[in-house]
Design a protein around this ligand. Sequence first.
Ligand SMILES: CC(C)(COP(=O)(O)OP(=O)(O)OC[C@H]1O[C@@H](n2cnc3c(N)ncnc32)[C@H](O)[C@@H]1OP(=O)(O)O)[C@@H](O)C(=O)NCCC(=O)NCCS
Length: 258
Amino acid sequence: MGATATVSIRGMTTADLDFATALTRAAGWASESMDSFAAFLAHDASGCFIAEAGEEKAGVCVATRYSRHGFIGELIVSKHLRVLGIGQLLFQKALDHLLAAGLENILLDGDLNAVSFYEKMGFRKVCRSLRFRGKFKGKKYDHIRALRPEELDRVCGLDGEFFGDDRSFFLRRRLESFPRKCLVAEREGQIRGWIMARPGDGLLAVGPWAALAAEAVRLLRSWPGLQEGIHSWRMVRGPSARLGDHPALYAIGSGAKG
Ligand SMILES: CC(C)(COP(=O)(O)OP(=O)(O)OC[C@H]1O[C@@H](n2cnc3c(N)ncnc32)[C@H](O)[C@@H]1OP(=O)(O)O)[C@@H](O)C(=O)NCCC(=O)NCCS
């Protein structure tokens, strides 16, 4: 393929789930899974894009709309088709989708290698987006138990307060799909914290995860068995930098997925 003239961008369908998942796997994004893309499609298929170079599927990108903020993620181009302009076309399509919706702020988590690309697209760095990985043995605590469906409204409300926008679609779907991976901490009849995880590629991806009145980052850094990996940059295009940076949040998951 020699020029961008043969490249087209179209909406993603369920027939593209295998392709999109193969791209995240090849990129080593172990916290992604086919279910992540299925969730995006169920939430807003009009924000999920596939690039094609001639007849060949070439890349993916997803734009997620919340009520006031938007989030762009999952930007990947097949390795042998990079540096031909496809990434930029995909990203522009996702950005236009969110700008057309009139959202105040558009955010993303930019890997270090892609930061200058996003800066050219009008984004600026807000803070480091930390990543931790570790191995743990399960342990039972009296105050930790399964999140009950009737408590979901309360948890979605708290998540909205902490995260800064309404991600209830993703949190509801999470509880329906992976009820055994959604827990709350209860003290004196009150929910004091919650954690929701989902299976990734050979690991559990954790987030949202919050505990009221905790200093999350300090605790994570002092936790035995947990290694801090290479961070990405939370970046924004728009006036507000404050999404998902509440001190009681251990992990937002991804801004896009909950
Ligand atoms: C990032 C990525 C999507 C770019 O896709 P692409 O189709 O190669 O990008 P484009 O050809 O549209 O190039 C866009 C810009 O990035 C630059 N660029 C692309 N790949 C680059 C590289 N490996 N190193 C430095 N710059 C690069 C291009 O020069 C271009 O800049 P320009 O407009 O000033 O010329 C692609 O490299 C990729 O899939 N990487 C792996 C996944 C990833 O890191 N995704 C982003 C995570 S936040």
